[in-house]
Write a protein that binds this ligand. Sequence first.
Ligand code: ADP
Length: 274
Amino acid sequence: GEALAVSARVAPLGSRLVLLLVEDLTEARRIEAVRRDFVANVSHELKTPVGALSLLSEAVMDASDDPEAVQRFAGRMQIEATRLTNLVQELIDLSRVQNDDPLEDAEPVRVDELVAEAVDRCRHQAGAKQIIMAAGGTADLHVWGNRGQLAAALGNLVENAVNYSPARTRVGIAARRVVAPGGDMIELAVTDQGIGISDKDKERIFERFYRVDPARSRATGGTGLGLAIVKHVVASHGGEVTVWSAEGQGSTFTLRLPEAGVARDRALHHPDLD
Ligand code: ADP
C-alpha cells in the first residue's frame, strides 16, 4: 500500500531511508516494488545509451577520414551497447521474478543447461576481456525450481564475475552435490580473480541498488539489482547464497539449491519468505 508507493518514488536514491521504510515488507513485495520502480524509470534509462549511440554513429560518419577518431567513437559505442544490453537483461530478469509463486511451475532443471546459458549470456564481454570461463562437475546434476529464475540467478553471478574482473583472468563455475539433513542440495560456486569485496561491503551487496562503486558500476552498465534478484530467487527456492571474498584477490559466490527429486517435498512446505 502506502509503503510501496513511497518506496517506488524514492527508491532510485538507494538510500538507507528507503530500506527502513520497506523493512517490514516481505522480500517478494520488495522485489515487486523494485520492478515497478525500475519499469517506471526504464524509459529514461534506455534513452541515455540510445541517444549516445545515435550521436556517436553520426560522429563516426563525419570522421570517416580520421581513423583514430573512428576508433575512439567505436569504443564508446561498444560501452553504450553493453549498457543497453545489461538494462534489457535486467528487465528480463525482473519480469521473470515477478510471479507470486515461482515454484508453481517448478521442474527438474539440468545444471549443465543453466551453466551453459549463464556462460552464453556474457560470452561477448568475457571474450572482449579475454577472460577464460571454465565449468566443471555439472554432469547429471539437477536442481528443482523455476528454470527462468534459476537462470537469472546464476546468470547474474557469472555476469558479475566477468564484470568485476580484469582482463586475462579466469572465471570458474563448479557444481557438486552436498548431503544436507533435509535432503541433498546442489552447490554452484562461481569463482573469479577480480577486484574482490571488502568485509564492510559484503554485508550490503545483496541490498537492491547497492553498488560498491557507483561510478564504476555505471560504466559497466550495472544497476545494483542483480544480487537482490539472486537473493530473492534462492530464498523462494528454499536455498541460500553466500559470498567469500578477499580484496584484490577475487570472490566466490556460492548458491545452494534443492536437488531435484528430494526437493519436491521441500517445495510443498512453503519456503519462509517473510
Ligand atoms: P551491479 O548491477 O552494480 O553489478 P549487483 O547487485 O549485481 O549490482 O552487485 C552489487 C555490487 O556488488 C556491485 O556493484 C559490485 O560492487 C559488487 N559485486 C558484485 N559481484 C562482484 C564480484 N564478483 N566481484 C567484486 N564485486 C562484486
